[in-house]
Design a protein around this ligand. Sequence first.
Ligand code: DQA
Length: 145
Amino acid sequence: MASNLVYVLNGPNLNLLGTREPEIYGSQTLDDIGEMTAAHAETLGLAIDMRQSNHEGHLIDWLHEAQAEGIKAVLLNAGAYTHTSIALHDAIKGIKVPVIEIHLSNPHNREEFRHISWIGKAAKATIAGFGAKGYLLGLDAVSRF
Ligand code: DQA
């Protein structure tokens, strides 16, 4: 049977959500977002495994794991690694599991250094600028695959 499990992977500094630049990222903590996302997954017949790491290699290992475990899809908010990590780009390219890039903010209407996304160049799609609701929209998309 096909897996209904979706990995929700979060990169550097996203553990600080709630207190980190709330005018940009909102006041919800990552745990709040995790609870909201898990509840929404259930309504769609999906389940999530949500993780966060400040280390690039952990995110790469988890992408490889998603492939090895036959996970349905990955929602990936790579934080600032979005704009720097060719290793994450290659990891996404290297697996068959669909990866959806998620951002709380819209990097395109922010500083110029956020306009390049190595994740977006490899991912199936990108959802950005909807705040924490972007995670729910990502699941909505996955439920329609
Ligand atoms: C972010 C956008 C990135 O540019 C930034 O480095 C983050 C958060 C977002 O969710 O809006 O850490 O990925």
